[in-house]
Ligand binder design. Structure first.
Ligand SMILES: [Zn+2]
Length: 187
């Protein structure tokens, strides 16, 4: 079984996702614009971000260098979350459904640095995952169906964070907000 890019993109039901997670590849439970939730049930309105499966308490990683713009507390939707600003690119990334936060507003973070812990807060369907969103303005993330000022994170994502790699600095490139176990990022 290859660990190429395509293997990240399959829609898997939650029980299979839990198994696959142990094999080291991050599992995408629900891509951008999807009409399926992280719980693999239909959602009424298209998804404003990408849901990455994870285990409760696992580190949530910054998807790019940035500054903590705000801590999000939105019980009905994002739950506990972090908004990072990527000023050079006029973009923000939001991370939702966290169990805890390890950064504070104004703090600079580097790609791959821990900003919190995976959880299932807010509208997470009891499935621990990180909802990652790319926004063209600062907000508190978006509810389903509200795609205004959002972009598809996977279009600018380059897989798992790899601290041996040099990432482009002339454009915003994201790495996944959950760690991949050893071997998952081999090409
Ligand atoms: Zn989501």
């Amino acid at each position: 079984m290859g660990a190429g890019h395509g293997s990240f993109l399959g829609l898997l039901s939650a029980p299979f996702a839990a198994v696959a997670q142990n094999l080291g590849a991050p599992i995408i439970l629900s891509p951008y614009r999807s009409l399926h939730g992280a719980d693999n049930r239909p959602r009424r309105l298209p998804h404003a971000g990408v849901d990455f499966g994870g285990q409760v308490g696992a580190p949530v990683l910054a998807a790019a260098d940035g500054t903590v713009s705000r801590i999000i507390e939105w019980p009905m939707s994002c739950g506990l979350g972090v908004l990072l600003e990527h000023r050079r690119f006029k973009r923000w990334t939001a991370y939702c459904h966290l169990q805890g936060i390890t950064v504070r507003p104004g703090q600079r973070v580097s790609r791959g640095e821990q900003i919190g812990m995976v959880g299932a807060s807010g509208g997470a369907f009891y499935i621990p995952h990180v909802h990652l969103e790319v926004c063209t303005f600062a907000g508190i993330s978006h509810a389903d169906g509200d795609l205004s000022g959002t972009e598809d994170p996977l279009k600018i994502a380059e897989g798992c964070f790899d601290d041996t790699r040099a990432y482009p600095t002339d454009r915003l490139v994201l790495t996944f907000p959950v760690a991949c176990l050893h071997g998952a990022s081999e090409r």
